[in-house]
Design a binder for this molecule. Structure first.
Ligand code: ATP
Ligand code: MN
Length: 295
């Protein structure tokens, strides 16, 4: 069972759509939601001639909107706390998440600064980069008509078909432990996939490759057994290819509703979106993706 979650919001259209998706978390045991809006003081320092009450007004307005959002969630059966903080948004999100001891941060891939084609908003990027608490980047389908955008859920049931890619590393296993908490009656199947990096086996002999495949297959069979003991239905997939690309393809082909992955955060430090498989999947996938930090 999950627990309290933090939903930081910038009041964008995407965020409003995501609000409709939150009741689904009751199925994984979430009864309490913390709603947060951070008012960035940068806005004021950029405009020194601004009325000093401007920031106060922003905070007051944020409170009013959050209260109405809270009411919607309360009607859906949640206990809700609202918080408006003054500070750099990603830092406030991290601080409040720790302070409120939430089990998950749910946020949009984009917000008010949405530009079609842009990979990820800066607030979300920074939260993932620094958060020790798992972050669900709730990607939405973007529908464009003329110059207007609307947003839809990729799948109506978030926990229905979960894709879990693994490289058997401790951080992937941390993600698996977390995944066990997401097991609901709604979960029809968990697709466990292992991609052997083609670049790493390109020079090995046929015999060696067969041995590597056999080993991984055995590991998958074992993992399937372990997870089935928790009442999950498991579909194992083993492939040789480019890991991130294959994972994104499998998510599409299998109609995944959610991707759950471990990450060690290092990819985020190497540069914007270079590095680890998880950062590449985050960049390319269409589905909501839950990132669990492990070592
Ligand atoms: P950018 O701001 O980098 O131009 P963007 O606005 O499209 O891009 P983000 O700001 O990263 O993207 O927004 C993504 C998510 O971050 C939002 O869905 C929301 O969850 C969170 N967020 C952004 N700004 C705030 C804020 N001021 N307070 C609380 N949460 C925020
Ligand atoms: Mn933004």
């Amino acid at each position: 069972m999950l627990g309290k979650l933090l939903f930081p919001t910038d009041f964008s259209l995407q965020a409003e759509k995501l609000l409709e998706g939150l009741p689904a978390f009751q199925k994984v045991g979430t009864q309490e939601v913390v709603l947060l809006h951070a008012v960035s003081p940068i806005i004021a320092s950029d405009w020194p001639e601004l009325d000093p009450n401007f920031l106060l007004d922003l905070q007051k307005n944020a409170h009013t909107v959050l209260e109405s959002w809270a009411e919607r969630l309360e009607n859906a059966g949640f206990k809700v706390k609202t918080r408006v903080e003054l500070g750099t948004p990603f830092k406030e999100i991290l601080r409040v998440a720790e302070e409120e001891k939430v089990k998950l941060i749910v946020m949009g891939a984009h917000g008010k600064g949405f530009i079609a084609g842009l990979i990820l908003g800066s607030v979300t990027h920074n939260v993932i980069k620094h958060s020790k608490i798992p972050v669900l980047v709730y990607k939405l389908k973007v529908i464009e008509h003329y110059d207007k955008y609307t947003f839809q859920f990729v799948s109506e049931r978030l926990f229905e078909r979960i894709l879990f890619p693994t490289d058997w590393s401790p951080c992937a296993m941390a993600a698996m432990q977390y995944l066990l908490q997401l097991n609901t009656e709604e979960t029809k199947e968990v697709i466990v996939c292992r991609i052997i990096d083609e670049a790493k086996v390109k020079d090995v002999s046929e015999d060696k490759l067969a041995e590597i495949l056999r080993e991984n297959e055995q590991n998958l069979v074992q993992l399937k057994k372990d997870l089935e003991a928790h009442g999950l239905r498991i579909k194992p997939v083993l492939k040789v290819g480019r890991p991130a690309l294959e994972i994104v393809n499998i998510a599409e082909e299998e109609g995944a509703s959610l991707i759950v992955m471990g990450h060690h955060g290092r990819g985020f430090f190497k540069g914007m979106f270079l590095g680890s498989v998880s950062t590449k999947v985050l960049e390319m996938c269409k589905q909501p993706i839950l990132l669990v930090r492990g070592e």
